[in-house]
Design a binder for this molecule. Structure first.
Ligand code: C2E
Ligand code: MG
Ligand code: MG
Ligand code: MG
Length: 280
C-alpha cells in the first residue's frame, strides 16, 4: 500500500515537473522568433516629479503576446531569456525602439526621459556598447535622455566586470539607476563604488508606506542616505495618495505607481501626457 502511494505521489510529482519543464522549453523556443514575428511591444509607465506631480518621463517595460502561448509576463520570460541568451536580442530591440521614441519626442520639443531595464547578461556582453555607439550616431542626445536600470543582484554576479562596464556607459553620458533597491544583498560599501546617479526604492517598501511605520523608517533613511551620497531617489509602487504625501514629506525626487498610472501602450501615454503634463 505504502509503496503504491509513494509511487503515485512520485508520478504526480514527475508530471508536475514535466509540465513546468515543458512550459519553460516552449517559452524558450517561442522567444527565438518573438522579435521577427513582431510579437513584442513596449508599454510606458509615467515617472512623476514628487513635489509638482508633473510627468518627467517613463519607464519602458516589455510585453510579449506570443502566437503560440498567448500573453506571457516579463517576470516569467525575462529570466528564461537570460538563460537562453535571447535577452541580447530583446534588449537590442528595446534600445532601438526607445531611441526612436526619444528622437521623435526630441524633435517635437518634448523634454522627456526614458528608463530601460538591463539584465546581468546585457551588462556583461559586448553587444551593448556597440549598439549604443550605432544609436548615438543617429541621435547624439541619446545618452542624456536614456536612463539604464540595473538591479543590485545583476551587478553582484560579476561586480568587477559590471562596475567597469557601468563606468564606460557613464563616460559615454548615460545615467545609471539601481532598480529594486533594498531587495538585493549589496552593502553600503558596494553602493559607494557604483557609478550610479539614481536609486529606485523597491515597491515592497513603498506599497504600504502610509500604514507601516517600519517601512516608513526604511524609506526615510534610504532617501537620506541616497541624498547624502548625491543620488536621486525614485519610489516605485506608489498605489495611493497617502503614500505620495508621505514621500513628499520625505523629500523623495520621483515616483512611479498605479496611483498615477499603470504602464500604458505608447499611444495612451501620449494621451496621458496631453492630460497631465503641466509643461504642455
Ligand atoms: P521593474 O523594472 O522593477 O518594473 C516595475 C514593475 O512593477 C513593472 O512590472 C510594473 O508594471 C510594476 N508596477 C509599477 N507600478 C506598480 C504599482 O503601483 N503596484 C504594483 N503592484 N506593481 C507596479 P512588469 O512590467 O510586470 O515587469 C516586471 C519586471 O520584469 C520588471 O521589474 C523588470 O525587472 C522586468 N522587465 C520588464 N521589462 C523588461 C525589459 O525590457 N528588460 C529587462 N531586462 N527586464 C524587464
Ligand atoms: Mg525597472
Ligand atoms: Mg523596480
Ligand atoms: Mg522588479
Amino acid at each position: 500500500q505504502q509503496a503504491k502511494l509513494q509511487q503515485s505521489f512520485y508520478v504526480e510529482y514527475q508530471t508536475g515537473l514535466d509540465e513546468q519543464h515543458m512550459r519553460r522549453l516552449q517559452i524558450i523556443e517561442s522567444l527565438k522568433n518573438a522579435v521577427e514575428e513582431k510579437e513584442l511591444h513596449l508599454v510606458l509607465q509615467p515617472k512623476i516629479n514628487c513635489q509638482t506631480g508633473s510627468v518627467v518621463g517613463a519607464e519602458v517595460l516589455l510585453r510579449w503576446q506570443s502566437e503560440t502561448l498567448g500573453f506571457v509576463g516579463p517576470d516569467e520570460f525575462i529570466p528564461l531569456a537570460e538563460q537562453s541568451g535571447a535577452i541580447t536580442e530583446l534588449t537590442e530591440w528595446v534600445c532601438r525602439e526607445s531611441s526612436k521614441l526619444l528622437h521623435q519626442w526630441h524633435e517635437q520639443g518634448r523634454a522627456l526621459k526614458l528608463s530601460i531595464n538591463l539584465s546581468a547578461v546585457d551588462l556583461l556582453s559586448d553587444a551593448l556598447p556597440l549598439l549604443f555607439e550605432q544609436l548615438i550616431k543617429d541621435f547624439p542626445d541619446l545618452p542624456k535622455l536614456l536612463v539604464l536600470e540595473v538591479t543590485e543582484s545583476a551587478v553582484m554576479k560579476d561586480p568587477e566586470k559590471a562596475i567597469a562596464r557601468l563606468e564606460t556607459l557613464k563616460r559615454i553620458g548615460f545615467s545609471i539607476s539601481i532598480d529594486d533597491y533594498g531587495t538585493g544583498h549589496s552593502s553600503l560599501a558596494q553602493l559607494r563604488r557604483l557609478p550610479v546617479e539614481e536609486l529606485k526604492v523597491d515597491r515592497a517598501f513603498v506599497q504600504h508606506l502610509s500604514e507601516d511605520s517600519m517601512d516608513k523608517s526604511i524609506v526615510r533613511s534610504t532617501i537620506q542616505l541616497a541624498h547624502e551620497l548625491g543620488l536621486h531617489v525614485v519610489a516605485e509602487g506608489v498605489e495611493d495618495e497617502a503614500s505620495w504625501k508621505v514621500l513628499q514629506a520625505l523629500q523623495c525626487d520621483e515616483l512611479q505607481g498605479y496611483f498615477f498610472s499603470k504602464p500604458l501602450p505608447i499611444s495612451d501615454f501620449a494621451d496621458y501626457l496631453n492630460n497631465h503634463d503641466v509643461n504642455r
